[in-house]
Design a protein around this ligand. Sequence first.
Ligand SMILES: Cc1cc2nc3c(=O)[nH]c(=O)nc-3n(C[C@H](O)[C@H](O)[C@H](O)COP(=O)(O)O)c2cc1C
Length: 186
Amino acid sequence: MSTTTMQTTPSVATPPSGPSAVDDAVDYRRVLGHVPTSVAVVTANARSGPVGMTVGSFTSVSLDPPLVAFFVDRSSRTWPRLYEASHFGVNILGHGHSALCRAFSRRSEDRFLDVEWSVSDRGVPLLDEAIVTLECTRFKVDLIGDHYQVVGRVESMELRATDPPLIFLRGGFVDMGGSQRGEADA
Ligand SMILES: Cc1cc2nc3c(=O)[nH]c(=O)nc-3n(C[C@H](O)[C@H](O)[C@H](O)COP(=O)(O)O)c2cc1C
């Protein structure tokens, strides 16, 4: 009945265990890797040109005003360049876009190489293949633990395709297969 399949080999599921203290980063990552996330590429126009990075931490925050957020490791080399721009783009990847996810998470000087993108009227680089794009003004940045919480005010949004989103789970990608079972009341 389920049409959900793995596109890539996920790490072996952690067997159920009792509660434990968080004293091992690998374990912490593996347990939290059981929580599925969307995959977005955050983009901006830095002084050196377009920059972007893959994030799984994108979330909507507020309707009035329209705010969204994501979290960036404070050791990120891309973040200082993203921060140069007052606006940033959020590009939600579709289920067939695992290559884009990887392109924007690998260590590379030019992650936009071989990627189709265009510049919006606000000067924000946006990925042509994204299923949803948002253009945001930077609203607030806080250091929380070892990550920055970056909040943006959504200035414009575009639903570009109704393909299922790319979902990241246990180190792999889940193929939504175009199905969406049931509807939430939200
Ligand atoms: C699916 C996925 C989700 C990710 N989510 C985040 C995230 O939310 N925050 C973050 O700082 N890095 C995240 N990363 C890691 C970054 O994409 C990337 O590895 C990091 O930007 C390293 O390059 P940098 O030093 O140039 O930032 C994620 C990577 C992948 C593959």
